[in-house]
Design a binder for this molecule. Structure first.
Ligand SMILES: [Fe+2]
Ligand SMILES: [Fe+2]
Length: 235
């Protein structure tokens, strides 16, 4: 039951769903960055929400797609000032504009690159997934259920870090007589009261606000502890 050792210290930014992120999300991520001093940054996707472009029912009192994205771009600049370098993996919310374009018959040639769409600096790369120290980082929308992180590790045949499933953050291990793998779901850092999350209001299970770290091959989940006013306690 050997867990493969790694070299890097990876900080994983969870689903932010900007501009519907928790108001203390960036301060919390900055704090974790200063505390652990990561060597690599992975954004696990859904950094923007694009609620207005959803294929599901959208809030008729909500903002337009343009207004929402302009707001998101301002917040993204704040995020990129904390994290000038990193990799973001492909995800369902980030892809909403491209899905709409595809459904409308608009060729890729006419569209901005995702990096340009996000106003991202040169230090950011956008990939379908990434592998660091043999560990897969993918959004997680191809796995389902409470065991999504574990299922992803098993189907990838390597330890795997996911996001996407806001309500089931955690680390699950699976071992045989030879190897040990882990699946980690890093949760999210959303403002759960925002209208974009109306779809989850009646669920018993609610989001876990957290971020993840993989320190030389070992997964760690850092929950964001809130006070009674739902503000981060600051440490
Ligand atoms: Fe998400
Ligand atoms: Fe997602």
């Amino acid at each position: 039951m050997i867990l493969k050792e790694g070299k890097e210290k990876v900080l994983i930014i969870p689903d932010l769903q900007i501009p519907f992120h928790h108001q203390d999300a960036f301060d919390f991520l900055d704090y974790i960055k200063r505390k652990i001093k990561p060597t690599k940054i992975v954004n696990i996707g859904d950094s923007i929400d694009s609620h207005a472009l959803s294929d599901y029912i959208t809030d008729p009192d909500g903002h337009s797609a343009g207004h929402e994205h302009k707001k998101a771009l301002d917040y993204l600049q704040d995020l990129y000032s904390i994290f000038p370098n990193g990799v973001e993996v492909e995800s369902n919310h980030n892809n909403r504009i491209y899905k709409r374009a595809y459904a409308s018959g608009i060729p890729k040639f006419f569209l901005k690159s995702f990096k340009e769409f996000m106003g991202a600096p040169d230090g950011w790369e956008f990939l379908p997934f990434t592998i660091i120290d043999g560990i897969m980082y993918e959004h997680g929308d191809c796995s389902s259920g409470q065991q999504a992180a574990r299922s992803a590790a098993l189907s990838n045949m390597r330890s795997t870090v996911i996001g996407h499933h806001h309500n089931t953050a955690g680390i699950q291990y699976v071992s045989n007589k030879e190897k040990m793998l882990f699946g980690m779901n890093v949760g999210c850092l959303i403002d759960n009261n925002a209208y974009a999350f109306q779809y989850n209001k009646s669920n018993k299970m609610q989001p876990t606000l957290a971020c993840g770290v993989v320190d030389k091959g070992v997964p760690i989940l850092y929950p964001m502890i809130l006070n009674k006013h739902f503000r981060w306690v600051g440490k």
